[in-house]
Design a protein around this ligand. Sequence first.
Ligand code: CA
Length: 244
Amino acid sequence: MPVSRHSAWRPIERRTLVEPKTPGSFIIRILVVEDDADIAKRLADGLAGHGFAAEVALDGEDGYALGRRDDFDAAILDLGLPGMQGLDVLRRWRKAGSEMPVLILTARGSWTEKVEGLNAGADDYITKPFHVPEIAARLRALLRRASGTASPVLRHGDIELDPASGSVRQAGQPVDLTAQEFRLLNYFMHRQGRVISQAELLDHLYTLDEERDSNTIEVYVGRLRRKLGRDVIKTLRGLGYRLG
Ligand code: CA
């Protein structure tokens, strides 16, 4: 369980509201900080349908602590929270050096909240009432920008991956990947140039309750190499993998 790696934190009462629909596949992890439990559940349920796994924190302090764990790909942060306000959560994340993309939820018509939020380090905002497909699209855009590319299609060498349609091409030709292979490649494509450890991949391969097996990673990496070329993913002994 990721939370046990940080025993210095006070215990956090939390639960994963929604497990991804395809156990064993790669997961984009989203932190939702929202004190309205109904809205939080609607968000988490809705995002699961778009391939995201959401964990929910119902107040600012838990949200801050969870965000500092550094294994979320992005956060959705409500600004109106009891206790520690959303803006303070955001400022503290940024002060601590977190570069996690943050999408803030603001009240409709409150332009000052949007300005304050963006100035405090938010990457984008969405107003309530929201539509989940729009949030999913904005999250994908944030993840693209965090990976240093503005195009919806990710490119590496002659490989093109379209996260929205779930398709991959190499030298212009469609490549047939299983869902797991696609998610693994998608994860690598969003982190070009970075060394990715087995532990990080395992965090994104399994839900919290599943037994983790690092051999699975090697199997998927091997399949991607067979389909896309031996050098597509480099192994850095003792460190992990990197897109070739
Ligand atoms: Ca609220």
